[in-house]
Every structure is written in C-alpha cells, then in structure tokens.
Design a protein around this ligand. Structure first.
Ligand SMILES: [Zn+2]
Length: 394
C-alpha cells in the first residue's frame, strides 16, 4: 500500500496553474534532515490509553498525600530561574517530559487543580497552546495542561542538558519548520478547505461530460450561534489537519491557504487529481433547518456513479467510512453515517479516492460553538488524521 511519489509542484500542468491566481498553492514536503518522530509511538499511546487508567489513579492518589511536594513543584513552575527556551511548539507535535515529575492541571496555571502527573521521558501530544507558556496536552493517561518549559522536542534531549535544548530550538525557527517532527511515510494527501469568501455563480458541469450544471462555488453556511463563516472554519481545520499530517510524515497538498481562492469545485478536483496525491479530503461543515440535528456525515459516490471507476468508488467508500468512524470516536460527535451522493461536482470530477467531510452542523448551536473552539478543532484534526492513518493501514 505504501507508495513513494514525490511530485514537485512544477510538474503540475501550466494550464492548471495559470487558472489559480489568488490561491496560495502549497505542496509541503517532509524535511529529510528532520529529527525522527513517532507515528508508531503515537498509535501505541492511543491504543494503550484505556489500560493505563490504573496508573493515573495511582499517581493521583499518591500525589494528594504529598501536598508539600506539590507546592514545591508549583513554585518551580512559576520560577523564572528556569531557562526559557524558545520552542516551536505546534499543535499535534509530540514532546517529551524533561523533569522528574510534572503536574498535569485542569487549567493553564499553577492555580489549576492538579489532575495527574507525568514522569521524565513520557511523551505528550500538544493539543493546544495556552497562555503564559502553558500547553494543553494529551498523554497516555489523560488530557490537561502543563508548563511547556518542562518539555523537550526529542527523546534524545530528555536528560535536560541546556546545550541540547538550545540546539533543538535553533533549526525550528523558519516557515518550513512545520515538517520538523517527522520523517516521510511515503503517502500524499490533498486537502480542500471547502468554499471561499466569495462564491462563483457561473456554472460548470457536475461531472465530466454531464449536462447537469451547478454553480462553480457556493459560499457555504455559517454558525447559528457564533456567526463564524463555514469557509473560515474549513480553512482553520484544514490547516490544523495539514500540520497534523505533516507531523505524522505525510506530504500534504493544500488546495487553498487563504480565503481568496477562486477555484471551482471541479477545478479543485482536477488539481487534486494531478497533484500526485493518493486521496482527496474535502473539509466542510453542515447545515439543517432543524437546529436539533447534529453529528458528522461523510460523502462518497455510490456504485452507480457513472463518472468514477469502480476502484475509485470502492476506495472512496472505504476512505469515507474509515475516516468517519475514527473521526467520531476521537471527537465524540454523533456518527450520521456515510451518505452516497452522485450529484456532487466535488466528487464526480475526481480520479482519486475522495470524501467530503461534513464535520458537524453549524445550524446546531452547541455543535457550532464546539467546532469554533480552536482546542476542539485540534481534536477534529486528530480525528481526521487518525482516520487517514487507518485508511493507509498505519
Ligand atoms: Zn460546505
């Protein structure tokens, strides 16, 4: 299943590229000089989560009796004597604990309640950056907040030599550093952040050779409670997913990285087809007239779709159902199933497996507010990446 196809952007047809004014096209490649990170370790971490529950309880129990110990550590957390290292922490990165014991708190402050403890060398995944140098993390035992000063970006640095820590911060200071935590896994994913700021009312066939015409691009919906535009939510989540996939060793092709990208649905599909990507993941959010409707549904073509090959139809359904399953188990959102639809321009023009992700309903006030929260968006990105990992058998 593993393929290694590194197709530079300049191989894309000039015709396609010329039609893309206003879109920031990016093909991100892994950095071969990057330090190793560990998709396998991440998976292990996720898989072992339930079985490590006991140790959480133990450590919590142990720590409550040692209140003096806790207050000692609290003062260390606040201390400015600890050299503050400029780190390029990014959501999705795996970092390592570089102190004998590190409190996990329910709030990004020493005022927060201690809910657990991490020990030297344990790995954590960064869920979100919080204020004052705190980060929200996922560990083998729980999620919570820790002080970033006590984390290092590689297990090699765990001994805590200041020189090592400083050295690690140096190369991670430019734009290309987002590939700094991983080596390539050989897979290429194309992500389309659905819609853009302005719609394109001009029409295009909803499939190659089709007489059914649809608007080239609609503006999408918006949050009933937050007022957030779908195109913005789609872009925010897509960029988090891009980072998450880069961290896991994927190459990522982005259809757009700005809200000013006048590419139609068909043009986006053709671009994805020719990008060298193995799968095309189109990120959207849903809307219903009924505000109580909630949950995720992913689109795929049916076996009757006349535009796609049987192989692409089959793989698209596998992609949709696999991703949906992991997405829902990671985010806790309701699973409304895979919807087969052969009237979607964004699917019918594809020659690679494709799914349209409807993350949740922006017409449902609670789901709208949830999806607008950057911390939850990071979880969404993880759920989507977990599904992509599973699709590729990783
Ligand atoms: Zn949409």
């Amino acid at each position: 299943m593993k393929k290694s196809r590194f197709i530079p952007a300049f191989l894309l047809s000039a015709a396609l590229l010329s039609g893309l004014a206003g879109c920031k096209k990016e093909t991100e490649y892994y950095n071969p000089n990057a330090q190793t990170s560990s998709v396998t370790e991440t998976q292990t971490e996720l898989q072992t989560e339930p079985s490590t529950q006991a140790s959480t309880e133990e450590s919590t129990e142990a720590s409550t009796e040692a209140s003096t110990e806790e207050s000692t550590e609290a003062s260390i957390e606040e201390s400015t004597a600890v050299p503050v290292v400029s780190k390029e922490l990014a959501v999705g990165d795996i970092w390592y604990v570089n102190t004998d014991s590190l409190n996990i708190r329910d709030y990004p402050s020493t005022e927060g309640n201690k809910i657990g403890e991490l020990y030297r060398g344990e790995e954590v995944r960064i869920l979100a950056l919080a204020e004052n140098g705190w980060v929200q993390i996922h560990s083998a035992t729980m999620d919570g907040y820790v002080k970033a000063d006590f984390l290092v970006s590689s297990p090699d640095q765990v001994d805590g030599a200041a020189a090592d820590v400083a050295a690690s911060a140096a190369p991670a200071s430019n734009e290309t550093s987002n590939a700094n935590t991983s080596s390539s896994n050989g897979h290429i994913v194309c992500i389309d952040a659905g819609h853009q700021q302005a719609g394109i009312s001009e029409q295009e066939p909803n499939g190659p050779g089709s007489s059914v015409m649809k608007a080239k691009l609609t503006t999408g919906t918006s949050g009933v409670a937050t007022g957030l535009a779908e195109y913005q939510l789609n872009l925010d989540v897509s960029q988090m997913l891009q980072q998450e996939l880069l961290n896991r060793g994927y190459q990522v092709v982005m259809i757009r990285t700005t809200n000013d990208c006048a590419m139609s649905n068909a043009e986006r599909a053709v671009y994805a087809n020719e990008s060298g990507a193995e799968i095309f993941v189109r990120i959207h959010a849903n809307s219903s007239n009924d505000p109580s409707v909630n949950g995720a549904m992913f689109y795929a073509p049916s076996s009757a779709n006349s535009y796609l090959s049987a192989d692409v139809i089959s793989a698209s359904n596998t992609l949709a159902s696999t991703m949906l399953s992991f997405y829902c188990s990671t985010t806790g959102l309701a699973n409304k199933g895979v919807l087969q639809d052969d009237n979607m321009t964004g699917i019918n023009w594809c020659t690679i497996p494709v799914t349209i992700v409807e993350m949740g309903f922006m017409s449902n006030p609670e789901e709208d507010q949830k999806m607008a929260n950057p911390e939850f968006q990071a979880v969404i990105a993880q759920g989507l990446a977990n599904g992509i990992d599973a699709y590729f058998g990783r």
